[in-house]
Structure formats: structure tokens, C-alpha cells
Design a protein around this ligand. Structure first.
Ligand code: HEC
Ligand code: HEC
Length: 209
């Protein structure tokens, strides 16, 4: 094929790919409208519903959580009030893997908000966070998609504390094939006492996204 034909083909192909990308993004945005009552218009989280911020979390992490709520790998344990709320009233609003992927991809493009009431920094919290949590979640709490570890920075202290306690008690990470949940569950045994847990969570909540 002569060179000139390639030169024409490349911009045409780029235009098609761009249009396809925009369609997926628009779709995810419209799907997300079903979720705003609990998670907020900018996916900033709403304390009164217990629904956490979702803006700017990694797409693969979001999609995995949506699948877990749908399959019962998360939110299906008795006594898990907020998990039950998301599992029974949130997850059924998505009808397919395509919708779960589209909304996860859209949410990952939103700018994460900054904590309105940031946690406190203590030497104990910082030391344990860096020694234990940083290996997977990053020393700035930015998360590591390659390890499946989500961003913690910018999430509310109450939500982080609740999730940590859920892993500790087995309300999360209980499904035998929930590899990432089980991994995080094992980690909870590495903090020596309740006071250290509080310090580490408060420190994580002080980190800015
Ligand atoms: C009835 C209120 C409600 C609705 C509607 C709802 N959610 Fe949720 N969602 C929650 C609550 C509460 C939690 C926290 C669950 C927990 O504490 O384990 C949550 C958690 C999540 C999480 C896990 C976040 C994390 O950091 O692990 C994702 C992802 C999520 N929701 C996405 C959605 C999407 C997408 C929709 C719309 C299709 C939606 N939710 C609709 C209440 C809701
Ligand atoms: C070996 C890697 C690893 C280490 C170390 C680790 N985590 Fe995690 N963490 C994960 C993974 C993977 C997930 C996602 C689990 C899932 O998909 O359900 C996670 C999830 C979480 C969540 C839930 C976030 C959300 O949005 O719902 C919290 C909170 C958390 N970790 C806190 C901590 C804290 C605090 C420490 C240090 C004491 C820590 N983690 C250490 C891998 C790790």
C-alpha cells in the first residue's frame, strides 16, 4: 500500500476510536444518574446514606466491587447495614457487566474530592501506615492498581474505619474466591491493638488525594 493511503487512514481511524471512547463515557455518565441519590451528584459521597465517595477510584477496583455486591461476595452478611443497602438498593440498578464497566470507567475519570474533616496525624499512625499499609496502598494512600489495592486518600474516616472493621470481623472478604478481599482480611491481624487501628485509620483519612 502506498504511504499516502496510510496517512489518510490513521486520522480517520483515530476519529472513529475517539467517537467510540466518548460514547462509552457518555453512557457511564447516564448510568451513574441512577446512583446520585445515595452517592451524590459529583460522586462525592453522602454521609447520611453511608455511601462513600466514588470519584477517581480505579476503574478495575470499582468494577470488582460492583460485581461483588451483585454476586453476594460483599454486602450479604447479616448485620452489614450499609453493605446490605448497597447490595439490595444499589447493585440491582445495574443490569449487566457492560453497565458495571461503563459506570466504573466514568467514575474513575472524575476528580476526587478533598476531605472536609480530615483525620489526625500521629507518629504511631504514620509509622504503622508506612510499615504495613503503604506496601500496597502507597505511602500517600494513592493505591496501586497493579496490586488491586484501592486509593484510601480522600475517603472519610468513618467509611475507612467501617471497612477495616468489616475485613476484621469477616463481613467483607468472606467469599473463598474473593482473592483481594481475603488478602486485605489477613492484613488486619498485623496491627497490634484497637488504638493503633484508630491511629492508622485517622492517618489514612488525613492523606490528600
Ligand atoms: C440506597 C443507597 C445506594 C444506592 C442507590 C447506590 N449505592 Fe453504592 N453504596 C451505598 C452504600 C451505603 C455503600 C457502602 C457499603 C459498605 O459500607 O460496605 C456503597 C458502596 C458502593 C461501592 C463500594 C465503594 C468502595 O470504596 O469500596 C461502589 C463501587 C458503589 N457503591 C457504586 C454504586 C453505583 C455505581 C450505584 C448506582 C448504580 C450505587 N452505588 C447506588 C449505597 C448506595
Ligand atoms: C497486601 C496488600 C495490602 C496491604 C498491605 C494493605 N491492604 Fe488494604 N486493601 C488491599 C486490597 C487488595 C484491597 C481491596 C479489597 C477488595 O477488593 O475487596 C484493600 C482494601 C482496603 C480498604 C477498603 C477501601 C474501600 O474503598 O472500601 C481499606 C479501608 C484498607 N484496605 C485499609 C488498609 C489499611 C489501613 C492497611 C494497613 C494496616 C492496609 N489496607 C494494608 C490490599 C492491601
Amino acid at each position: 500500500m502506498p504511504r499516502s493511503k496510510h496517512a489518510l487512514l490513521v486520522p480517520a481511524l483515530a476519529a472513529v476510536l475517539f467517537a467510540a471512547g466518548a460514547a462509552v463515557a457518555a453512557d457511564g455518565r447516564s448510568v451513574y444518574l441512577r446512583c446520585v441519590a445515595c452517592h451524590g451528584v459529583a460522586a462525592e459521597g453522602v454521609a447520611s446514606t453511608g455511601a462513600p465517595p466514588l470519584a477517581g477510584l480505579h476503574a478495575a477496583y470499582l468494577q470488582r466491587q460492583l460485581q461483588s455486591f451483585a454476586s453476594g461476595a460483599r454486602g450479604a452478611k447479616p448485620g452489614d447495614k450499609y453493605g446490605t443497602s448497597m447490595r439490595s438498593a444499589g447493585a440491582p440498578l445495574l443490569s449487566s457487566d457492560t453497565e458495571r464497566a461503563a459506570v466504573a470507567s466514568y467514575l474513575s475519570t472524575l476528580k476526587p474530592g478533598v476531605q472536609r474533616t480530615p483525620g489526625r496525624t500521629t507518629a504511631n499512625g504514620r509509622n504503622y501506615f508506612n510499615a504495613v499499609c503503604g506496601a500496597c496502598h502507597g505511602s500517600g494512600g494513592e493505591g496501586n492498581p497493579a496490586l488491586g489495592a484501592p486509593r484510601l486518600a480522600g475517603l472519610p474516616e468513618a467509611y475507612l474505619a467501617r471497612q477495616f472493621a468489616a475485613f476484621q470481623s469477616g463481613q467483607r472478604g468472606y467469599q473463598p474466591d474473593d482473592r483481594y478481599g481475603i488478602q486485605m482480611r489477613t492484613i488486619t491481624t498485623m496491627l497490634p491493638d484497637a488504638e493503633t487501628v484508630r491511629d492508622v485509620i485517622a492517618y489514612a483519612a488525613s492523606l490528600r488525594p
